[in-house]
Design a binder for this molecule. Sequence first.
Ligand SMILES: Cc1cc2nc3c(=O)[nH]c(=O)nc-3n(C[C@H](O)[C@H](O)[C@H](O)COP(=O)(O)OP(=O)(O)OC[C@H]3O[C@@H](n4cnc5c(N)ncnc54)[C@H](O)[C@@H]3O)c2cc1C
Length: 197
Amino acid sequence: MKFRSGCYERQWVENVVALGNSGGFVEPLESTALMILCSHTQTIIDFLLHTGLQPTDTIRQLYNDLTLSGWKDIRDFLAIHYKFNGMLDTPFWRQARADTDVSGVAELIKFYQENGPTGFCRYRLPNTQTDFGLEGFLVMFVGNQVPYRNRHKPTPSELEIWKKHKAEFIQQAKSGIRSEEALAYVKHPGWKWNADS
Ligand SMILES: Cc1cc2nc3c(=O)[nH]c(=O)nc-3n(C[C@H](O)[C@H](O)[C@H](O)COP(=O)(O)OP(=O)(O)OC[C@H]3O[C@@H](n4cnc5c(N)ncnc54)[C@H](O)[C@@H]3O)c2cc1C
């Protein structure tokens, strides 16, 4: 299926604000459409409230800068999926690996390849406001087995801590509820979202 990918540079022009698909669309790989819609809606509300419904040019500019940087962040994050996904050896994925532009995260990739999955990678994130967070980027690198030089050899006590965490995660996962149960809660007439209370 063909679709146009991208976003407007200015999401807010005079008294018109483009929200959701009217402002941009990337693709469904990371399900970012609803995230960005919620985040931009919240920002526009905050800005309108803050300016007493009399938005200034600079507040519009700030909105446009923030939203554009959000879209660029998604582009860079998605690019990592295409560049480093080595699972399938098909013409599509070969071309994706060869041609995907990861220049927006070049510093982070270089740092990761030399130093591995360390918390210090956060200082090389392209955007400190990123919705994906350091962990989101590290999941991409570690999960796609992007090679790095400086492999950490855990000490026995670190391994013990890791084993303990793993056991806790397994326990938590076991006590989780299924989608059907979650939906039943939400559909219950007595249900209230936090924001309503
Ligand atoms: C099957 C499916 C699964 C998805 N899953 C995910 C997911 O897991 N995570 C995620 O983030 N995103 C997901 N998306 C994408 C996400 O749902 C959309 O990006 C999002 O709903 C877009 O919101 P919107 O308000 O921009 O547009 P829409 O929700 O399309 O709203 C546009 C509204 O405008 C109305 N309209 C159109 N033309 C006119 C007109 N001329 N006059 C008046 N009204 C008009 C339409 O009836 C509609 O109500 C999914 C989409 C689909 C279809």
